[in-house]
Design a protein around this ligand. Structure first.
Ligand SMILES: *[C@@H]1O[C@H](CO)[C@@H](O)[C@H](O)[C@H]1NC(C)=O
Ligand SMILES: *[C@@H]1O[C@H](CO)[C@@H](O)[C@H](O)[C@H]1NC(C)=O
Ligand SMILES: *[C@@H]1O[C@H](CO)[C@@H](O)[C@H](O)[C@H]1NC(C)=O
Ligand SMILES: *[C@@H]1O[C@H](CO)[C@@H](O)[C@H](O)[C@H]1NC(C)=O
Ligand SMILES: *[C@@H]1O[C@H](CO)[C@@H](O)[C@H](O)[C@H]1NC(C)=O
Ligand SMILES: *[C@@H]1O[C@H](CO)[C@@H](O)[C@H](O)[C@H]1NC(C)=O
Ligand SMILES: *[C@@H]1O[C@H](CO)[C@@H](O)[C@H](O)[C@H]1NC(C)=O
Ligand SMILES: *[C@@H]1O[C@H](CO)[C@@H](O)[C@H](O)[C@H]1NC(C)=O
Length: 593
């Protein structure tokens, strides 16, 4: 297995790559680089970000903050046209940038260990608190349009645990724990007061300025560390000087980087406490009374708090105000995995149903072990029968994929969605539809089925014709109605309207699971706006219903470089090495000589 990387650096000054990746810095125009490939009519699709990208941390010497940028290749048919990837990293404030090209090609959609091909650019040196824009795209780029993906990254400041041990942060005092202590002595001399300030020193600050201040005076003293790990500074004050009880004590360090703008601790001291013990007694009494009031209030609240999982009917006084939900309901969710972001919405809906509504959710992706043992048809049939016998429900979430698969069942062109091809379970919707639709149309089971769709990301058109005879609920607008259906309860009863707390459209985001659901919906909505043809893009062509492509036996192969002269020839460094494929990361280069 041979890999070659071709790297080019644009506007090189000040921006370094990993110490392990030694490159000559040249001014090379990256745009020109990426335009020299021959067959751009058949362009590969774009790369994707893994969930956690980039990873921010320290380089292997633990000295400088770095980020590892990782991207994944979509496992689709266009991979045979793929000739490489290019990544651009731009510092937002100065426009300094680095771009690196990876050159490779393969005929296999998955890596030898059956994961998606994943590449990473490691140890890109970054500055704490700066912002960067990452852009990745596959080569060759299409003649029209592009499949570039971009991400804006804000590197955290030195207070972030991942980078606070970096040299630049240590030299800015990021790990300094001053552990300041203040001792007030009143009995050394009459009419005098001694204030002793003790603190721990830091490695990278030699000088400290300790100050004591009140409205009447300011005394400050410089002290040098001279190899000591802790320092004491004593201030002797005349009592007649002091008109206020409160004084402030501040320590200002002088670290190498922040110089005289460094953070230091500051604390108030009430010296009267040391002079007149009676003041302390009065304060203690006040604290005790306050604590008592708090306790009384808490007790009162506990007696008046409602159970969160309640139905309340505030309209009518004679009715019991609160109805407890008696039994735990189960819901089987039928949906089509149209897109990773849509799958995310479904999973968040499950979490919301479970967390907020106390519902047990049955979802293929959450029961994959049993599904693997039983096979999809048996698994579905087993759940359908259970539901038929009980008061459980089946929630059908309509989306473009549901409509397309239904049409395919009725003789239209077959559809294969990328998510289904990648999933070990495969398409669950088509077997579900063929199993459920006959029962759905029968009257007695009609109550079992709830048809809904997320109207922010799907539409009425996505509801297949057999379900048009049912009420089609819009989520999350009509979630409360859906939940009433799950509970077999009626929202409207003669003389009263019931409500479920915290599930209405404007209230559901108040719970953490509801907020996560809302975020998932918004994320997909944004994606759709940016990619109006997202559904077409998710379709995988020419698979003939054969999902063998992803079976482990079929993906033992290597990545081979075919084209070593793509671009940036003057700065290219061919590397010969074996490619280690790890589940997470796929290192293309380490030591380059
Ligand atoms: C970046 O990648 C290198 C090499 O795989 C690894 O040693 C290092 O821990 C990674 N850094 C972060 C922050 O993940
Ligand atoms: C960075 O580049 C962008 C677009 O090329 C330009 O609009 C912006 O003014 C540049 N900023 C600086 C600081 O050069
Ligand atoms: C991919 O397949 C084509 C045609 O079958 C072949 O010419 C080419 O060498 C293969 N490329 C790799 C990298 O295996
Ligand atoms: C400062 O105090 C904390 C906790 O009180 C302790 O863990 C730490 O070791 C102290 N630091 C030094 C330098 O003594
Ligand atoms: C600090 O300690 C080191 C080694 O213990 C010694 O060589 C050095 O002279 C000391 N410096 C001062 C200023 O005392
Ligand atoms: C600072 O004062 C504390 C208590 O007042 C004492 O234990 C410690 O030894 C003193 N440290 C120095 C460096 O004088
Ligand atoms: C260094 O410290 C100063 C003050 O404590 C702070 O304002 C600044 O952001 C720090 N610099 C970095 C790079 O964190
Ligand atoms: C994959 O290839 C390796 C070495 O080329 C071989 O040892 C292993 O048996 C192969 N695995 C499968 C599942 O074919």
């Amino acid at each position: 297995m041979i890999c070659v990387y071709v790297a080019c650096v644009c506007l090189a000054a000040g921006f370094t790559l990993s110490s392990s990746l030694r490159m000559e810095e040249r001014d090379v125009d990256c745009k020109r680089c990426s335009r020299t490939d021959a067959d751009r009519d058949r362009a590969p699709t774009g790369p994707e970000w893994p969930p956690e990208c980039p990873r921010i941390g320290l380089d292997k010497h633990g000295l400088v903050p770095v980020m590892n940028v990782t991207w994944m290749i979509k496992a689709d048919m266009s991979i045979s046209t793929l000739r490489g990837s290019q990544i651009n990293v731009v510092e937002d404030r100065t426009n300094q940038s680095v771009c690196v090209q990876f050159s490779f090609s393969t005929n296999h959609t998955l890596s030898p260990d059956c994961n998606r091909w994943t590449f990473s650019l490691d140890d890109v040196v970054v500055e704490p608190g700066h912002k960067y824009t990452l852009t990745v795209f596959n080569l060759p780029e299409p003649r029209i349009g592009h499949y570039r993906i971009s991400r804006n990254i804000a590197i955290p400041g030195c207070d972030d645990a991942r980078i606070q041990k970096a040299q630049i942060c240590l030299e800015n005092g990021s790990l300094w724990e001053p552990n300041m202590s203040v001792t007030v002595l009143t009995d050394k001399e009459p009419k005098k007061l001694s204030v002793i300030v003790g603190f721990e020193t830091a490695k990278h600050s030699e000088r400290y300025q300790v100050a004591i201040q009140s409205e009447d005076f300011l005394h400050s003293r410089d002290i040098f560390k001279e190899n000591r790990t802790s320092l004491n500074v004593t201030f002797d004050l005349d009592l007649w000087q002091l008109s206020q009880c409160e004084m402030f004590i501040a320590i200002k360090p002088f670290f190498l980087r922040c110089k005289n703008n460094c953070w230091g601790p500051k604390t108030p001291v009430d010296y009267c406490l040391y002079l007149r013990p009676r003041t302390a007694i009065v304060k203690t009494a006040v604290v005790l009374i306050f604590t008592g009031c708090c306790l009384a209030y808490l007790l009162w609240r506990t007696c008046h708090t409602k159970d969160p999982l309640t139905l309340s009917s505030p309209a009518i006084k004679e009715q019991p105000a609160v109805i407890q939900i008696q039994e735990r309901r189960r819901v089987l969710i039928i949906y089509s995995c149209d897109h990773p972001l849509y799958k995310h919405i479904v999973l968040k809906l499950c979490a919301f149903l479970a967390a907020k509504c106390g519902t047990e959710v049955i979802l293929d992706r959450l029961d994959s072990a049993r599904l693997g043992v039983l096979g999809s048809i048996q698994w579905l049939e087993c759940h359908r029968e259970q539901i038929e016998r009980s008061s459980d429900k089946i929630l059908i979430l309509c989306s473009p994929g549901v409509q397309a698969k239904w049409r395919a069942m009725c003789g239209d062109k077959p559809v294969f969605l990328r998510e289904d091809v990648l999933s070990p379970v495969g398409d669950m919707l088509t077997p579900s539809l063929s199993l459920m639709v006959p029962h759905f149309i029968q009257c007695p089971t009609f109550q079992k089925y709830i048809v809904a769709y997320f109207d922010d990301v799907c539409s009425e058109e996505d509801v297949p014709s057999p379900f048009k005879i049912a009420v089609r609920y819009k989520l999350m607008k009509q979630f409360e109605e859906v939940f009433f259906r799950i509970l077999d309860a009626e929202k409207h009863e003669p003389g009263r309207v019931k409500q479920i707390e915290g599930v209405s459209e404007d209230r559901y985001t108040e719970s953490p699971s509801g907020r996560a659901l809302q975020k998932a919906i918004e994320a997909f909505q944004t994606y759709q706006l940016e990619h109006p043809r997202w559904f077409e893009d998710e379709l995988v062509e020419g698979l003939d219903g054969d999902v063998e492509e992803t079976s482990p036996a079929a993906c033992n192969h290597s990545i081979t470089v075919t084209d070593q002269t793509t671009c940036c020839v003057q700065s290219s460094v061919p590397v010969t090495r074996s490619v280690k494929s790890q589940p997470e990361m796929f290192q293309m280069y380490r030591e380059v000589t």
